[in-house]
Design a protein. Structure first.
Length: 216
């Protein structure tokens, strides 16, 4: 049996945390190792615990979920962040994506969707609830960067971007394309510069927007 995924739940409602914990721990492949009731406590616990995936609510006192996410990214903390929220407004989703969130799921989702999202982001993939991808695509199209010819992706860069968006790591991409891992790293760096993103999640979202890959 593979090692269970260690989860922290950050939500200011204790009953919500308890309900999520009971749902997630049924099969033994997920363990809730810590809980936080506000953003400040969440960050403090992340420093103290080995957390694989943080389930993060947006509405929290002291620091809200988006502020926590920003802090995590600015301080290059290794934890994967999956926002679990009641908010389906595109503005919240866009802001989370801009900050580099790994996943975004609504609280009224089935437990199977939440568990799938947890396993996806724990593997280094991105997961945005399927019902939200159409509104995300529309919003991203409105904010299209109008890439110039000099910044257009090459055929090889598009191949790398597609595989990156499907959740493959550099070593796996190198194997698939029969090139060195160092070459893949160079391609990824060039892709990030050309499409003006800073991480793999944002690059995956770009791929969705431009219909380069079907993630869901």
């Amino acid at each position: 049996m593979s090692k269970p995924v260690n989860i922290m739940i950050a939500d200011d409602h204790s009953m919500v945390r308890e309900g999520i914990k009971q749902l997630l721990e049924l099969d033994g492949d997920i363990v809730v190792t810590s809980e936080a009731s506000n953003g400040k406590q969440c960050i403090e616990l992340l420093d103290e615990n080995q957390t694989d995936v943080l389930l993060l609510d947006i509405n929290m006192p002291i620091m809200n979920g988006l502020q926590v996410l920003q802090y995590i990214r600015e301080n290059r903390m290794k934890v994967k962040v999956l926002i679990l929220t009641i908010h389906n407004e595109v503005e919240y989703l866009m802001r989370a994506v801009e900050l580099g969130v790994d996943g975004y799921v609504l609280k009224d989702s089935d437990s199977s969707v939440l568990k799938k999202a947890i396993f996806c982001v724990n593997r280094g993939e991105s997961f945005i609830q399927p019902e939200l991808t159409p509104i995300l695509k529309v919003k991203l199209e409105e904010k299209s960067n109008n890439v110039s010819e000099d910044d257009a992706l090459t055929k090889r860069e598009i191949e790398v971007l597609k595989l990156l968006a499907e959740g493959l790591f550099n070593k796996e991409i190198a194997y698939m394309l029969a090139i060195s891992e160092k070459t893949v790293k160079n391609h990824v760096s060039n892709i990030f510069k050309k499409i003006n993103v800073s991480d793999r999640t944002q690059a995956a979202v770009y791929a969705i927007k431009n219909n380069l890959v079907e993630l869901f």
